[in-house]
Each structure stands twice: as structure tokens, then as C-alpha cells.
Design a protein around this ligand. Sequence first.
Ligand SMILES: O=C(O)c1cc(=O)[nH]c(=O)n1[C@@H]1O[C@H](COP(=O)(O)O)[C@@H](O)[C@H]1O
Length: 233
Amino acid sequence: MATDSPIIIALDYPSLDAALCMADQLDPTRCRVKVGKELFTRSGPAVLEALHGRGFEVFLDLKFHDIPNTVASAVQAAAEQGVWMVNVHASGGRRMMETAMQRLDQNALTTHLIAVTVLTSMQTDDLAELGIKTPLAEHVEHLALLAKQSGLQGVVCSAQESARIKTLCGESFLKVTPGIRPSFAVANDQQRTMGPNEAMAAGSSHLVIGRPVTQADDPMVALEAIEVELEGH
Ligand SMILES: O=C(O)c1cc(=O)[nH]c(=O)n1[C@@H]1O[C@H](COP(=O)(O)O)[C@@H](O)[C@H]1O
């Protein structure tokens, strides 16, 4: 079931049952869902089947990062399970990203392939510790351009970087932005955050939202409050 909503709810739960309990409160015409490392490691492909069966488009967020052939095979495996979107780490480099994209094309698989730039939990000091001296925003732009040149359809970045990436990589290049914090939510471990409305105004194409909805007393009330903040987009 396709949706026009930019909202992607992160189903960061420790079991299939818990994730489906949340999904059953959501409407696949009003949001997509994201399956990440914890849930997929615990439940495996069964969770994808269950969510597809309920009509959801699924972003499989496993952030692959390995040698080109291994990543291409993993991306192919994800796409063959019908996921809407899958991601790799841009820091895996051009050959890794190009090989993965070619594998999708060779097999006529239409899953969106995007690359993580710099995690939204990181700041300049974290990059410096890794030996990356470039200012964080510049490093994000560099990785976004590399992903675009490698043929990928978009990136995961902070909404703080969406405007600049839109200028560099174009409007249709996807900017999938976690670290979204509606006015009622706390930052948790996120560092580079933005509100949903501001993120869309900055050029984000999709908003990844987890705890502000999944840990709310009433997740549907939280989701509706976000939809209200987004009115006009
Ligand atoms: O790839 C991601 O989805 C991702 C990339 C990133 O840079 N930062 C980030 O928070 N995420 C994911 O986005 C979700 C954010 O969840 P909340 O912080 O609970 O809203 C989590 O599932 C993260 O794994």
C-alpha cells in the first residue's frame, strides 16, 4: 500500500510481537515503518512478511558495510524480500555502493538504495576521534555526493544537512532524516536534531521517528500531533 506521508516510524522493539503490536496501531496509508538491527536480528525475515501482509512499505535499516560483493548480495537479499528501501554506510566507499546498485539493476529490483552519511548521534568531536578532521557538515556533503555519483537514490543524514544536500545533489535525491524531535519530545541520544516541520522546510524527503512515537503514552496521539505539526507539507 503506497503512502504519500513522509513519516517513517522506527519499530525499534526487541520482539516480533512487540513490533506488530505497535504496527497494528498504525495505518499503512499514513506512514511507512522501519525495521532495524535489533528487531531483524531477533525476528528475521518473518517481521518483513508480517508487515508487508499488513500493507506497510518497509525500510530495512541494516546499514550494510563490508566488501563490495558481500554488501551487494545482502542488498539483493533484502530487495528480493520486497522491502521498499535498504541502506548501506557511505563510508564503505564508491566501489561498494556502485556494486550494490548494479546488483539491483541487473536483477530489475526497484528497492530504493540509500547511504548513511554521518550518524545523527555524532558531533564534530566524534569524527575528530575517528581521525576525520573535516568539519562535520562538510564531511556529510562529501559522502552525499559520493553516494550520488555511485548511483544511489539518496542518503540518511540529519535534517540540519538537508538544505545543503538538496543544493548539491538535487531535489529528487532522497534525504531520509532521523533525529526528528517534535515539540513534545526529548532528544535522547540524538545530537543533530530538528522538528518535523522545520525538517520538511529544509528539504528532507522523509522523517524517521522512533521513540517520540513508540515510547509515548499513546503512540497514536503522538503520531497525530506530528501530523498536525506537518500540516501544509
Ligand atoms: O539509518 C537510520 O535510520 C539512522 C541513521 C542515523 O544517522 N541516526 C538514526 O537515529 N537512525 C535510526 O533512526 C531511528 C531514530 O529513532 P529515535 O531516535 O527513537 O527517533 C533509530 O532506529 C536509528 O537507528
